[in-house]
Design a protein around this ligand. Structure first.
Ligand code: SAM
Ligand code: SF4
Length: 340
């Protein structure tokens, strides 16, 4: 078993985001185009391949595994895959044990999966929800139904899952709703995390016009709510900076890749559904683990390739999105392929 992974900037890599599919039953305007085409199945790792890589990563020091996509819950047999992954939480060997299994979902199938998730060992999930207005929700997601996602969230809370609502903050789209969302999250006992739009992949919709720096949003929210900063050391690892909302007791997070770079504390890597390891959301460099897997690689070969990719992990992303000048810089691949 190899020791834990450290990148050249001294960041310990303990978190893997695993995209299990690029497919989705929604087409959110900031994520995909209306006519998004998906990968042929042969290009996507099968569950056996995904499980093998998960074992290798956990052996390498990964302690937090988040399942994402595309929409993870639309993949056939995802339930048995998650149940199998959950066994990594109960390994007798402390050094090789996963500490946390989590999931990011759009909620469309959550109602049918909430109990299974709990049985598999999942304790908290992120659910994407950009509006509490049914028409607006339908416009943003193009195919989603607000009532279905809300039903999924309700089922998740009833099953005992902690829920964080992820909301992409968009000027002129949903920026009049953050007060209402914060209040609603307080009522259902969920955290809320606001996210700046990232320039990833062509969606057929210009992102500059809706880009909203979260520093502005925070200043506005502070007029109505008491926001107490939670020190980074107390908050969970990751890019979000958290405050406690005194009035509700819930947390509010801000993910600000554009207005406030968070790379210095990055502890994560991502595995796309095609088996490509990305060491940074904003860069193309990584490792083609699918070719190795399908070429008969040993665990040692996989370990070496993962270690070599992490040794090249960029110090920071180079996203650029400027409303005033119209400048945009980001990778061509979509978030749904890399795994958001
Ligand atoms: N389908 C699931 C969902 O929507 O939660 C999981 C995958 S989705 C790619 C993961 C997260 O990425 C979602 O919270 C979504 O809002 C976010 N996302 C997608 N494209 C984004 C972009 N261009 N900028 C910022 N966030 C984005
Ligand atoms: Fe699908 Fe999630 Fe992308 Fe929306 S954000 S299109 S739900 S993958």
């Amino acid at each position: 078993m190899l020791s834990s992974l450290m990148d050249p900037a001294g960041r310990r890599i303990s978190y893997l985001r695993l995209s299990v599919t690029d497919r989705c039953d929604m087409r959110c305007t900031y994520c995909m185009s209306e006519t998004m085409t998906f990968l042929p199945r042969a290009e996507v790792l099968d569950f056996e391949e995904l499980l093998r890589l998960s074992h290798v990563f956990v052996g390498h020091g990964v302690r937090h595994l988040r399942i994402t996509g595309g929409e993870p819950l639309v993949r056939k047999d995802i339930g048995s895959f998650l149940t199998e992954l959950g066994t990594l939480l109960h390994r007798p060997d402390d050094a090789g044990r996963l500490r946390e299994l989590t999931l990011t979902t759009n909620g469309s199938r959550l109602a049918g999966f909430a109990d299974l998730l709990v049985r598999a060992g999942v304790r908290r999930i992120n659910v994407s929800l950009d509006s509490l207005d049914a028409e607006r929700f339908a416009r943003i997601t193009r195919r989603g139904t607000l009532a279905t996602t809300l039903e999924g969230i309700r089922a998740a809370r009833l099953a005992g899952l902690a829920v964080r609502i992820n909301t992409v903050a968009m000027a002129g789209v949903n920026d009049d709703e953050f007060d209402a969302m914060l209040a609603w999250c307080g009522q259902i006992g969920a955290d809320l995390c606001l996210i700046e739009t990232m320039p990833m992949g062509d969606t057929g919709v210009a992102r500059q016009s809706s880009y909203l720096p979260l520093s502005d949003v925070r200043a506005r929210l502070e007029k109505r709510w008491t926001l107490d900063t939670i020190p980074a050391a107390v908050a969970a690892n990751g890019p979000a900076r958290y405050v406690r909302v005194s009035e509700t007791g819930q947390r509010l997070g801000f993910i600000t890749p554009l207005s406030h770079n968070f790379c210095s504390t990055c502890n994560r890597v991502r595995l796309s559904c095609t088996g490509r390891l990305y060491t940074c959301l904003g860069h193309e460099d990584g490792a083609d683990l699918r070719s190795l897997l399908r070429g008969g690689a040993t665990d040692r070969d996989l370990n070496d390739a993962i270690g070599a990719a992490i040794a090249r992990k960029p110090a920071r992303h180079d996203f650029l999105l400027e409303r005033a000048t119209g400048q945009v810089m980001g990778p061509e691949r979509h978030m749904s392929v890399t795994g958001g």
